[in-house]
Design a protein around this ligand. Structure first.
Ligand code: FES
Length: 160
């Protein structure tokens, strides 16, 4: 006949179990927090900036001979007969936005003057205004890519 000995229950078993639960929970919480912080700093913090393509109005809005400045986009559209070109309006001196003048462009910050083609007439600007790629969207609007500098005298033919 087998005799089963009575099991002894440790006097602090409940307390130990509770402490084990609390410490496991604390470790799990700390792991979650460190994981979240690691994920936050591990991911690249990239700012792509504003889009480089800006819509510059409908085709018919810029008639022959017109020069239109789009201040927020810092570009100007210029139409001569059946051709359109775009110039950047960021001054090559210190980056102010130049404004249209009677026969060209004028920088309000330090007085640089540019002719109608963006060439420097009077400094301190070290270089002329860039010519930018202009295209036509399928919806019939002009679109200027402010990051696509093209050679001077690059024109887009206007459909008739
Ligand atoms: S920023 Fe245009 S002249 Fe200085």
């Amino acid at each position: 006949m087998a005799v089963i000995a009575p099991t002894r229950v440790a006097p602090n078993a409940g307390r130990r179990r509770a402490l084990a639960l609390v410490s496991t929970g604390a470790l799990a919480l700390a792991g979650l927090i460190f994981g979240a912080v690691g994920l936050r700093f591990g991911l690249p913090r990239v700012s792509w900036g504003p889009p480089s393509r800006v819509l510059a109005g409908r085709e018919e809005a810029i008639g022959p001979g017109a020069r239109v400045a789009l201040g927020e986009a810092s570009v100007a559209l210029w139409r001569v007969e059946d051709r359109v070109a775009a110039l950047g309006l960021v001054c090559t001196h210190l980056g102010c936005t130049v404004a249209l003048s009677d026969d060209g462009f004028a920088c309000p910050c330090h007085g640089s003057l540019f002719d109608g083609r963006g060439r420097v007439l009077d400094g301190p600007a070290p270089a002329g205004l860039p010519w930018l790629r202009v295209s036509r969207t399928p919806a019939g609007e002009w679109e200027v890519d402010t990051r696509a500098v093209v050679p001077e005298d690059t024109w887009l033919e206007v459909r008739s």
